[in-house]
Every structure is written in C-alpha cells, then in structure tokens.
Write a protein that binds this ligand. Structure first.
Ligand SMILES: [Zn+2]
Length: 366
C-alpha cells in the first residue's frame, strides 16, 4: 500500500535561504506557465499541454541561469501541479460545480517543492538535497516501503517539513480478535461504543480553542499592514496548527484502540456536513470526518473492516425491542416501555451494531 511519512526538518540559515530561493523560482515558473496558457488561449484559442511546457525547460535554463540550480524533476513537477489545477478546474466546470480558474500564486502561496528519484540523498538522519543543502530529520517513526517522491514544505509559521511518499509499504496485520463493535459519534462525549464505553474529548481541546478565539479577536483589532498585525496573524496560525496536531493525535490514538480490539467496526454515515449552519457544528462535524478517514486508513493498514451503514433512526429506536421512543437532543437517557433504560448514545451504538450486522446477512446483488 501507499503511505506518506512526514517529519520536521532543521538546518542552517544558508540552507533555508536556498530552499526559499527554490520556492521562489518554482512560484515564478508556475506563474509564467499559467500566464503562457492564458495568453495562448485568449489570442489564438490554443491550449498548451504540460508536455509542451516541459519541453521548453532546457531553453529556460539557458536564458535564466537561476533555474539551472533547481532539479529538473522539481521544475517538471511545477508544471504537473499547474496541469492538475487546470484539470480540476475543467472537471468542476463539467460537473457544474463551483469552479475557480487556477490562480497566480502570491508570495506566500507557493510553499513546497517536490523531488523524484534524483538530486537527493538520505543518510540516516540527514537529507542532502543537491544545490540546497543538508537537513536534519527529526524522526517520529521509521520510513517504510520504497520512497517514490519527497516534498519539502515550509509551514506558514516558517517551519520546514519533509514528506516521503512511499509505495509497497507492508501492511501491519493484526491477529484476528473475532470481535465487532459499533460507535456512535456524540456531542457531549466524542464517541460511545456498543459496549457502553465512552471516549471523551480531551480537555486541552477546549483550552486551545479558547486561546484561538482570544488571538483571533486580537488580530481583528490590529491595523491592516502593520507589524503588530503580522505578529498577531502568526500567533493565530500557530494555535491553529497546535489544534490540528492535538486533534490528529487524539484521532490516531482512538482509532488504534478500536482497531486493535476489533475485526469489524460499524459506523453511521455522516450527513453532508457542509450544509450545516454554525461554526461549532461544522468544526465538530469536520473533526468526525477526519476521524473516520483516519479510522478507515488505519483499518486498511491492519486489514480490518470499517463498515458504514446508512443513517437510520439510531437514537430514537429501542435497541432491545425495536420500538420508536422519540426524544429530543436534551434527553440523554433512552427509557423504553420494554424495560430497557440505558444512556442514549449507548442505545444508538447498539442500533448501529444491529443494523450493520443485519446488512451483512443480506447477500450482495452484484
Ligand atoms: Zn424497548
């Protein structure tokens, strides 16, 4: 399977400056190629392909010697990125979706470059990029599989990262447990499983989100274009990143626990969250989507199954007798005339488990 491994990298000022120079040249090439396509279309109704543009790279290197320093495959990748942006645009137009035409990249809008098989060397904890310099890699886990491409990225807060895209990453098969579980995503707890166990949102989420609100307020009070505004903006970026990392760590841990203990995990299909109004609501739902993606990814890695069931009346139906017991969101306990009295979310998780298992019994029509 394919997998990307990302690490923080560190180096000296000289190397950072050279990497910045590459970013700036890549951005220039991107904008030039975009410009060329736009003009060719406006003036002659002609479209230029990525291959046309790649063929002109040697000429470009002759005229602008700065490009000689940059790896050829890196420059080709810039043109491929532009081509992808074009294809994405036309696909969205065809599907009648909202489609923005590919844009020229402003100074801080081009933040990564990619290398393929050549022009770099990996020597234990050092990544040496020809004509840029040596970076120290801060490993958090080992790289696996065969490295296909590497991408160097500068974050908005000026930290540098490398991503290794790898093929043939071995699956980490876990021993079968013969256990199945269903989870219900909640508002008060993060999730409740069909064994009645709850996983709560870590308390530090709230703390970080409060800091974010405070910093955003401060940013809005600073004068446009001022140095103080720029500082305030960086602080907002930093806390955003912190929240993202904290949330991702929490999602990975939660997913790993579920996968370790169960062969099959049933989840309920989420409604289209973009249609929801209200920021808190959409942030929470976005987090659920992210969690499901991580859960599916980790499951595929370990050859476990995540089974999505269509949204049903899981919170209203009784998981014991199937009766409809209507209740609004404030009612946290499911209390049925049949005698069942359990936490609302536990009842929902039991319904998801039951629906999921019954779906499996129906032979698939192919
Ligand atoms: Zn009942």
């Amino acid at each position: 399977m394919k997998k990307t491994f990302q690490y923080r990298i560190k180096s000296n000022q000289e190397t950072y400056q050279k990497a910045e120079k590459w970013l700036s040249l890549c951005r220039q090439l991107y904008n030039d190629c975009l410009n060329e396509r736009v003009i060719a279309y406006k003036e002659n109704k002609k479209s230029i392909s990525q291959y046309d543009q790649m063929r002109r790279l040697p000429q470009l290197k002759k005229v602008f010697s700065g490009f000689k320093q940059v790896n050829s495959q890196t420059l080709q990748d810039v043109i491929q990125r532009l081509d992808k942006a074009y294809q994405g645009f036309f696909r969205r137009v065809k599907n009648k979706e909202k489609a923005g035409f590919p844009r020229f990249k402003g100074q801080n809008r081009y933040d990564s470059f990619t290398l393929k098989q050549t022009g770099w060397k990996l020597d234990n904890e050092h990544l040496d990029i020809k004509n840029v310099g040596k970076f120290k890699i801060l490993y958090s886990r080992p790289i696996e599989g065969d490295i296909k491409t590497i991408t160097i990225r500068r974050s908005p807060s000026d930290k540098w990262f490398v991503s290794f895209s790898c093929n043939n990453v071995p699956q980490k098969l876990l021993p079968k447990t013969k256990k199945e579980i269903a989870i219900d995503m909640g508002c008060q707890s993060f999730l409740t499983d069909s064994n009645g166990r709850k996983v709560d949102n870590p308390r530090f989420f709230k703390k970080s989100e409060d800091i974010l609100t405070m910093r955003q307020q401060r940013l809005s009070q600073r004068k446009l274009g001022s140095e103080r505004r720029n500082k305030a903006r960086l602080l907002v970026v930093k806390i955003h990143q912190k929240i993202f990392n904290q949330r991702q760590d929490f999602h990975f841990k939660t997913a790993n626990n579920l996968i370790k203990e169960n062969d099959k995990i049933y989840i309920e299909k989420l409604k289209n969250w973009k249609t929801f109004k209200g920021l808190n609501r959409s942030m929470r739902d976005a987090a659920w989507f992210q969690f499901f993606n991580i859960l599916r990814f980790k499951a595929a890695e370990a050859s476990r199954e995540v089974i999505e069931i269509p949204a049903q009346n899981t919170s209203q139906l009784c998981s014991k007798c199937g009766q409809l017991v209507e209740k609004d969101l404030s009612v946290r306990v499911h209390k049925c005339p049949c005698g069942l009295e359990i936490a609302r979310d536990w009842n929902a998780a039991l319904n998801i488990l039951r629906f999921g298992q019954s779906l499996r019994l129906i032979p698939r029509i192919s």
